[in-house]
Design a protein around this ligand. Sequence first.
Ligand code: 5GP
Ligand code: ZN
Length: 119
Amino acid sequence: SDGTPVPDCLFCKIIAREIPAEVVRETETTLAFRDIHPQAPTHVLVVPKAHHPNAAALAVAAPDQAAAILAEAGEVAAQEKIAESGYRLIFNTGAGAGQTVFHAHVHVLGGDGSLHGTL
Ligand code: 5GP
Ligand code: ZN
């Protein structure tokens, strides 16, 4: 993947402001916006503006942007006041793991003490 926008990609459309989203943070290379179906009191998606199919591919093609979405996840947590209580970062990778949007993203989940799962 070379990062070029994909016309029928949902997150490329959100980045291009062709589809509305509730943006919580933006940098030159990243965008953070609320998940449309929140699974926790805070549920934000952080994406690179460049299109890569998943976070592992992003890390290979553009390691600086993989680091940038992690740093932004931390900034989102601070801004949302869940840094202290703790939060989870989830990277669904592959349809078999529940990935439905094939543009790299990290889920930032927090604000709920019952988030402890099996991992
Ligand atoms: P995945 O399952 O691929 O890891 O996560 C994709 C996420 O995108 C899901 O949690 C889903 O709720 C969210 N999502 C799907 N469509 C939209 C949309 O149009 N706007 C926003 N903000 N989130 C969306
Ligand atoms: Zn995309």
